[in-house]
Design a protein around this ligand. Sequence first.
Ligand code: MN
Length: 414
Amino acid sequence: MGELSCDDIKLCMISYFFFNDKSFLCVEELAILLINIYINILHHDRDRSHFTFHLHPASVAFVAALVTNGGAAVAISVEEVVLVVLGTWWWGESTEVEPQYLGAKIEGDVVTLDFVKKMMDDFKNQKCLHKRYAFQIVLQMREMLQALPSLVDINVPDGSLLTVCGDVHGQFYDLLNIFELNGLPSEENPYLFNGDFVDRGSFSVEVILTLFAFKCMCPSAIYLARGNHESKSMNKIYGFEGEVRSKLSETFVELFAEVFCYLPLAHVINQKVFVVHGGLFSVDGVKLSDIRAIDRFCEPPEEGLMCELLWSDPQPCPGRGPSKRGVGLSFGADVTRRFLQDNNLDLVVRSHEVKDEGYEIEHDGKLITVFSAPNYCDQFVLENQKDNGRLWSNIEKQLRWKYEAYQSGFIGWG
Ligand SMILES: [Mn+2]
């Protein structure tokens, strides 16, 4: 590797773990590219000592492979290198935390409760999180989510509670109200957020960074499922993409899109309650094992199990019908009953539809919809800010609804 310093490799690697698709370059080619990066970017105008950061395990493995394999192929494609150059530039722009930055800071690699509280407080006061820390949170999340199965089992011990929340849709102040009333996520007070964290509302970045930060802090404090809005096509139309670009950067648009692909598709609580964002399927006989087997690391397809999980809605009449949304389908109580029977389950909990009361029970009590954004589409944001009372009473009403059928106890509320 000649004159390349370890720092140059590290810089390259910091960006390397953005990418998955690997074609191959030889070490000599990589060296030339690294030198180019060095000449064109690092030498641009700055002192290289500015580029200090923590070495990601993926980069350590990469460098180790490089060293041990000598001239062997290196897992980096030309497209990746272009992004590496851009990523390196971006990193150089933002890695340094200016002395005048007074916001929340992550010390080392560990996301602490104090950090999350301070970050939420900053968000409440309309302050941004430094990109460096946002980056750290999203990358930690990426690694954690990638290791999860498509269907996650949750065990809620007897006497414990799990709070299930529906769509939040960028309503950061609603999220704060939920936490104020029901406590912050912790191992003892776990939450399941059932998709559609972002889009529509104006504070999607604040919402997603808060949920991700809690998950980084304690993986068993908060479970996250993918909604149909955790996708590129929806984020482009419904606001998240533009919000990310203006509050963070273009790099984050790509990064969020990728991390969303790693979100699990569904959860099963105590082997009895199936929780999913949208609903059930166009065919009978789908087993939990079929859902576990879904290769979810992609944008939601336009048909098939994954699409239906994210998009379907219940309907009052039996059987199946076309979806009013044009994607997925509508399914009746008989479909719900058969799915539960086939899988030895008791209940479906889903979100995806606005409910004025925060929730609705349908299909002979076998299906519950929860929705958690009372200020949907920002319609009450101003009232929220000047008159908390109204919102509180709204949420308190929802909180009184408690699903009692399970000794383990879980509450779902909208
Ligand atoms: Mn939805």
